[in-house]
Write a protein that binds this ligand. Sequence first.
Ligand code: NAP
Length: 646
Amino acid sequence: MRLHPEPEPIAPGADFAQMVADSFPPVLLASLAHLTGDMSLLRDALAPDSTRVLEPDCGYSQSQADGARSLAIDALERYRKGGCVAADPLTDEQAAQIIGFLTGAPPEHDYLPILLEEISLDGDRRAPRWHKSEIAPDSDITVGIIGSGMSGILVAHRLLQAGVSVVIFEKNPDIGGTWLENSYPGCRVDVPNHLYSYSFAQTGDWPNYFSTQDVLLDYFRACADEFGVREHIRFNTEVSGATWDESEARWDVSIVARSGASELVSVQVLVSACGQLNRPHFPDIDGRERFAGTSFHSARWDHDLDLADKRVAVIGSGASAVQFIPPVVESAAHTTVFLRTPPWLLPAPEYMEELPESMRLLLRHIPDYARWDRCWIFWRMHEGLLPMAVVDSDWPDQERSVSASNDLLRELFTMYLQVTVPDPVLFDALLPKYPPLAKRLVLDNGTLPATLARDDVTLETCAIAEITDSGVRTIDGKDHKCDVLIYGTGFVASEFLTPMSVTGRDGVDLHASWDGEARAYIGMTVPLFPNMFLMYGPNTNIVVNGSIIYFSEGEANYIVESVRMLLEKHLESMEVRRDVHDVYNTRIDEGNRAMAWGASHVNTWYKNASGRVSQNWPFSLLEFWQRTRKPDPDDYILTSKNNGDR
Ligand code: NAP
């Protein structure tokens, strides 16, 4: 995977009509205005309609598309004749003009600085603007990072850019986290890759709109290598616990190597980057240990097992299961799917498509098309379906839908299901009984319904009573015999930082202090746990808008700025104030209760055992960005190196 592909010159006789055939015309004009400096390409009549961003073609008419493509072809011809020389780098004003063309938003809108960062025309808009050698050359500080997945690589890179030393503890033999562990067949991202990538490491080299796990792993490996992060990672090293040493103002991190050898490593700052989805959840079903066949969890796929001639049973129908069920069905003799709660399906025709040759050609010659596509996708998704998830308390029948717009969504999704599932029995089994957006949507290009309709598939909606030595018994007494049992049953998401034992100030144990209710300030800091930061921590998951990488970039920024504050103010520690943390969390809970996923009673991994939404962020992307610019010293109890103030 090439991280920063250079534009290839266009040869005489190039087929421009083919090159632009599959592009989205406004993004094409934006990229060409950037490439050629010709802002006259940005004609009002060819701008997308910002009120129709959620429609499949965003309301762009055929005559607009034809007009935009012919303008683009002329611009490409001029560019080629001029020797394929790119215009001077854009000024921020010019970039804002192009962004305004794409988004329809006024020049001074709140999202402009975010979009400038997201497209990062000058390489890396979010890089730290300070260096330790300038602000605190003599201070000894090392940041310990737990995990080298998407977030761990990112925060390590940012700290290294600022000249701060890091050590990363990784339980696996390689980087990648969730993209390493989830290698099940069919695994792919469900956010378009032009957005699901670091803002500062964009590439037009993705083979698919939504790439597969191996490609994503390749991308994160390339990033870790290019950023020089790999040499700071201690692989095959699991953190079993960490204890805050008040007198030394440091974290003593207990690590255990694969060999069983244990060690204590001291760091001044601790970052957990192990995320929400890394410990497999096995359902509490009687008899699990009795099963005599082969069984495994989707995140621990048994690649040595040949499913040919096997009867396979799958428990679960979440985002993981719906991805691996079609390839499993292709290989197995028979598959039984145990479905408890069907997901709402979001039509996505391009979901499994490779990029057409025309688009690859365009990206070879104009790699920055991917950057402007990112800008456009970000804008389309920044609110996404969020307004449709907001509960209208006056809306009747909240079990069906939570507002008029949510009900409209329900109608649209139901119509899609009617078209893709002609069999009335299957349709009834797949029609969710809860409001859309209360649970994670599943992208669908028709593959899942077609798979479940096959003769060699049984869809079982009767609840599971127990697991026997030969299969699964449902509560109607029926035995479903199988040779292989696959758990697509998700993760213990709400049990943050398990099974580590983390001890903070005054000997307080993190899990005891949470008492099943993991909370943090902006998802990152916890009272009594100084100099500790969580990435993808409590209430930082998004449901229907944006990309989780955006959140990690905000968190990395906040952590780097916190380290800067420690260094600049000669502090030993910063600990979030209890009142600040509590007020924030009250607001988070109110926010989540007002959303479909908080109001509905449907099962989801968004809620913890007590029923509180412990995973999701209920507010805008803008608010998260604003909150993660830098720490407010007033939010923290600061302990100074000189006088030990607290
Ligand atoms: P999940 O969404 O939590 O799904 C778990 C499934 O197991 C659900 O269908 C659940 O049914 C079922 N289940 C659990 N216990 C059960 C029991 N006792 N009996 C019957 N069924 C049971 O987990 P996941 O599919 O691994 O996905 C988790 C998250 O990972 C996703 O929401 C997403 O954020 C992420 N993910 C992303 C991608 C992607 O980007 N493409 C792919 C995979 C995962 P109920 O619904 O009834 O509880």
